[in-house]
Design a protein around this ligand. Sequence first.
Ligand code: GDP
Length: 696
Amino acid sequence: LMNLTKKLIEIRSMLLSIDQSDALKLPSIVVIGSQSSGKSSVLEAVVGHEFLPKGNNMVTRRPIELTLIHTPGAAAEYGEFPALGLGKITDFSDIQKTLTDLNLAVPASEAVSNDPIDLRIYSPHVPDLTLIDLPGYVQIASMDQPETLKEKIAQLCDKYIREPNIILAVCAADVDLANSPALRASRKVDPLGLRTIGVITKMDLVPPEQGATILAGNRYPLHLGYVGVVAKSSGKRSRRDDMALVAQKGERDYFGAHGEIFGSTTSLMVGTDTLRRRLMEVLESSMASSLHGITNAVQLELEEATYQFKVQYNDRRITAESYVAETMDALKLRFKEATSQFKRPAIRAKLKEMLDDKVMDVLEQLYWLDKRAPELGGLGQDPKVRPEDVEPYWRHKLEAASSLLTKSGVGRDSTLLVANGLRSLIDSIAAAEPFNFHPRAAERLVQFSHMILRDRIGVTSDQVENCIKPYKYEVEVEDREWESGRQSAIDLFEKEVTMCEKKLKDIRQKVGGSRRLGGLVRYVQEIEEKEKAKKTKRLMAPEDENTEEDSSVDYRYPAAQIHDARHAILYTDRLSILKLRLAALRSKRCKAGPSNDVLCPEAFLNVVADKLAYTSAMFINIELLDQFFYQFPREIDSRLLYDLDRKEIVEFARENPVVRRHLDLQERKDKLEEVMKQLNSLSTLRTDAQPAPRRH
Ligand code: GDP
């Protein structure tokens, strides 16, 4: 029948790991008593080792769930803290140290914690038992303990002494039982003493007759009775671990010396061995009587979990591993889909756009701001002017413009443009579901993609720069290229015209109509004229300075409107030159072909930009994109996937709340199924065992 207790203790641990609700609890023995009542000594006597934290101010601050597992025939005894993953601890002083650390880790302000420490001890010398050691009741709180300590400990004990637990009330023989907080607490929840065992410690400190009277229990009767012990070693300890043995010898000596009172002829229960046996019996019968109820409770929970699993997940099972694998596959797929944005024509178009901007900048700098620009338009209109007759001034201009464009750092700019596109693609993947649930993985994803990019950017931009080098010296233009360059120059200019017109319109609306704007513009031009005149005057006669100071400043218009007017002037000037150039681009002369490049720099520069875009796209494709698309999925495998151990995989999966809920329910259902299976096998075991006479 002992097998039953062992099995049920296993089941109890499993149930505890399913949930902490009272419904699914099998009984355990809860040890309560006031400080210094000898609680630790009793527990250590039962285990046969010194392992509990000692020290002046060392009260137990967390409950210890102590599971003893009888291992018949095993050579070694050891302890385990399953939650800590420290493995088997064979030296009991290490267990003591760990428990001390765990207790000291409870912040002083909290004093006690409700969070139990799970400790298992495997030994051939221990019975199968589960014991819960609780902080001792405080009689008088010492100065450095918080006021609420007494209260908190009492609450904690109240929580544990509820049904179905068995209460082990530890009282010292030399203290009046009437004053025992343990018995008082037990009476509140178990008035008949049906599940309370009294342990009277320090029997050696009172006269044997007095001790016997206490054990007889007539004053405070307990159904399960009292056991008297002497748990403190009286002799000297020779070796550290012998302590418990020495203590037992002292106990045997003491009760032996008073055989007439405590001997086998009396019905009194004394000694640690008796206590152990008593605990086993009581726990076993309590477990046995809980069996039916717990089986029903588990059955109900299991049905509910099974139902929920069906309804919510249609019985679909997942594992952390499968989730991780799916997530990585989805990531690769997502990435692959997104890469279509990076096909060569798309890249070329993007680069061309960037280069168009550059072309416009160059034109503005070298042509539009040049006062002679209208001259160029005139030359183009004149059929008598042959391209080779045009002044060298314009030839130089064109060469300067072309070289400004080809030497503007196209390699670097175009590489960065594409690299930034890749970067924002990865950033958006990392920020979206499911990676928003996995901040650490998302960060790694971003990190290693940046790393690949960093690696490739230098090489790529050098390579591109190298390949466009010939254009820095000479650009050959074919007729077909010229025509398409001319067309796109026209498009660009038309867009620019529209943009300028829109700006002008906005300004007109803002200042309140075209008449008002006209007035403003004239006013601004006047001021500018005046200022110019003043400047020349000052230049001619500097000694005349500060004669008449700014008397001319008037405040006819607000500053913001003057600002607008200045912009309006700029846009108007820009519009007139743009229109001139558009006319030139549409002229017969420009249409005639590349020989007119000097007269149609816009078309020429457009062709150059096109060639640059084409070449850049080709080499960016080889050096950056191909490499990135090759490396990225491999890095996902090596840095996100294969890097994870089992624990990290579970952690990763559980970061996603949807997956976490799924896994939780699935696990709960599995555990309940397992418990149910074990409970069922037990009930057959019990029916078989039923006829055997029960000890009592
Ligand atoms: P706890 O605070 O309730 O855990 O009590 P301890 O087990 O630490 O014991 C308090 C003190 O009582 C210690 O000094 C023990 O050595 C002593 N003590 C415990 N059991 C006995 C006993 O049976 N006889 C004697 N004489 N002293 C004991």
